[in-house]
Design a protein around this ligand. Sequence first.
Ligand SMILES: NC(=O)c1ccc[n+]([C@@H]2O[C@H](COP(=O)([O-])OP(=O)(O)OC[C@H]3O[C@@H](n4cnc5c(N)ncnc54)[C@H](O)[C@@H]3O)[C@@H](O)[C@H]2O)c1
Length: 445
Amino acid sequence: MNIAIIGTGYVGLVTGTCFADMGMQVVCVDNNEAKVQGLRQGVIPIYEPGLAPLVKKNHEAGRLSFTTSLKEGIADAEAVFIAVGTPPDEDGSADLSHVLGVAGEIGDCLDGYKVIVTKSTVPVGTAELVRARVRECLERRGATDVEFDVASNPEFLKEGAAIKDFMSPDRVVVGVDSERARKVMQRIYRPFLISSDRMLFTDIPSAEMIKYAANAMLATRISFMNDIANLCDLVGANVDMVRKGIGSDARIGTKFLYPGCGYGGSCFPKDVKAIISTARKHGYDMRVLRAVEEVNEAQKHLLFEKLERHFDGRLKGRRVALWGLAFKPETDDMRQAPSLVLIDELLKAGATVRVYDPVAMNECRRILGDNVEYGANIYDAALEADAIMLVTEWKEFRMPSWGVVHKAMRLPAEGEPLPPVLDGRNIYDRSELNSAGFTYYGLGK
Ligand SMILES: NC(=O)c1ccc[n+]([C@@H]2O[C@H](COP(=O)([O-])OP(=O)(O)OC[C@H]3O[C@@H](n4cnc5c(N)ncnc54)[C@H](O)[C@@H]3O)[C@@H](O)[C@H]2O)c1
């Protein structure tokens, strides 16, 4: 089975590599020359646990190759997966220019039956736009006898656990409208679903909608719990206990009930915006999701507000150690990360920020350059700091030696409270921190 993947980012590279690992012949196409050159030499452009050795193994075995030429990449493929980015447009809708650009390129060189699959997260109706664009190109070339199908195969992998998610998916959703395409897609995914068939075939619009509905539901749980945590703070309840109390209800379940400093990443923020925008275009107002977004935006500022209150608004000249830059652990992805909002606010308030993240330091340098200082580890980041802000719950941040942190920090001025630790992920214990000489701020406890 020959497969082409167009767009070799988080999704494209993981998808291509996992297909190759199941014995398929995969060509990954990307229009970023440097990325393709790097991949050919074994340079993996993203941090994703387990990905590097898998790329190396399959590349060396000759099952996984990289090219900038789409024509060459799709030549022998039975299925072409479009996995390019769909960033938010100015009005929040998904920018489909990359997806449709690729569809046009495919139409310009398609010379035999293939299934053209949208793996990028795209609004309902996009597969039809892809079909129309490919047809247009075929007509222009006078190649209307060339057959093809479109399919929608949204991706549910989580950055940080992408290989595991792809290799053992909870479900594989495929929207098709032809038996021929269905058979091709079934064959591609059979190796991943040998122990149990978790393949869900739907019509194409439903497959497109499932992805947005899934992300919108997860984002809703997060914002809901952030709202509950904020109320817990006001009424003296402990959100950790509340979370356990409601999570043990089988109808609710335990996942995605953790308050934090706001969801980020390349998916939830843009997908929530995009589904709101789709609804608006159809004259419908997604009231729940507008509130989900509003709560999330406010939540990203919460640690800053707590810090400002702690120092009575006097943040100028303060030093803040910020632990964790990536939008979540086990990735170097900082797209829409709460850390960026907090750093921006701290700098505007005249504070100095010294950051540390186990893998996202280079990404931070690329985005923020010398606007922040870079620590070599959490203790180094705490050097001369007046406050600690925990933003990403990396494992190595969970049990620091608080005595060493305290020693590294600046002593509070006369009359000021103990130095604050702002726990943006509720992973620390208040009494432990109080005994170690800190003021503790959690979320809803
Ligand atoms: N990142 C995730 O966790 C995740 C999970 C599920 C779904 N998705 C969706 O998958 C899609 C891709 O996301 P990503 O995070 O992998 O994006 P990404 O930005 O990491 O990768 C996109 C890649 O496409 C390439 N590209 C752009 N235009 C191209 C073209 N015309 N020809 C060839 N290559 C081109 C870019 O150079 C880049 O390497 C998005 O729609 C996203 O919403 C992402």
